[in-house]
Design a protein around this ligand. Sequence first.
Ligand SMILES: NC(=O)C1=CN([C@@H]2O[C@H](COP(=O)(O)OP(=O)(O)OC[C@H]3O[C@@H](n4cnc5c(N)ncnc54)[C@H](OP(=O)(O)O)[C@@H]3O)[C@@H](O)[C@H]2O)C=CC1
Ligand SMILES: C[C@H](O)[C@@H]1OC(=O)[C@H](O)[C@@H]1O
Length: 255
Amino acid sequence: MYLPNFMLQSKLAVVTGATKGIGRAIALAYAEAGADIVLIARSKDGLEQVKEEVEAYGRQAYTISSDIKDYRKIISEVDQLIGDKPIDIWVNNAGINVRSKAMDVTEEEWDQIIDTNMKSSFFLAQAAAKRMDKENPGKIINVSSVGGHVALRTGVVYAMTKSALIQMTKNLAMEWGKLGINVNAIGPWYFPTSLTEKLLEDEDYVRDILDRTPLNRIGKLEELAGTAVFLGSDASNYITGQTLFVDGGMTIYGF
Ligand SMILES: NC(=O)C1=CN([C@@H]2O[C@H](COP(=O)(O)OP(=O)(O)OC[C@H]3O[C@@H](n4cnc5c(N)ncnc54)[C@H](OP(=O)(O)O)[C@@H]3O)[C@@H](O)[C@H]2O)C=CC1
Ligand SMILES: C[C@H](O)[C@@H]1OC(=O)[C@H](O)[C@@H]1O
């Protein structure tokens, strides 16, 4: 039998930044694939909304309302919610950007972006790994960006955090492979979410995007969620340390 299991039946997944955009799409795709989900974000109303959507697939949803920077509180609440049930998949998705020119970056912006996108992702990955079952492959998926691989005009500090997630993915994959934990990253190009809404309303900006995108279109959230399902499933059990750029070909486009 060569067709692997792409589904996520009876797995427990944790998705950060799960109330909107990419995180919500991943959480719902995971629920449709059979997983129970811990949803993490700040907005209580947003969490309740997505919890109902997960439950509509007949799956269990737990919610943790917290700023991702309060990762110690999050880890404690995960333990209270799921006890000693092992975590099968942890998706570090929550992230922000402040699109300042390098000359204008402030220390406050630096701290906010670095702590949210990078520091929280590392310590939550560390906590997730400690709660994975050595007998069944655990999966950690970090949401990076093409901006962590090539220079974009969307902010140097954001780019540094996304590049750091790509390298963190490699190092954790190397250290935790013997624990049966796969660590991979996803590198999206532009997708329609609240983070990019204003940019994608600007026709000239969208034209600039498409000029650099061989598939000549903006991505669909379900296409990104599909990559997350693959990386969370048994179908990717021999893939680790990799970053899959879901980018319409942007990162291979030279001229
Ligand atoms: N959209 C795109 O084109 C691209 C996005 N990405 C990356 O994908 C990830 C998701 O982005 P996207 O879906 O577009 O973003 P959105 O802004 O649409 O959603 C962000 C999600 O993260 C949560 N969040 C934001 N800040 C915090 C925080 N401090 N603590 C806890 N939760 C937080 C938000 O919920 P709440 O406000 O309730 O906390 C929301 O659920 C990010 O890491 C981003 O860098 C990468 C490349 C392209
Ligand atoms: C592709 C980038 O990650 C994208 O660019 C932006 O301006 C947003 O901040 C997204 O992250």
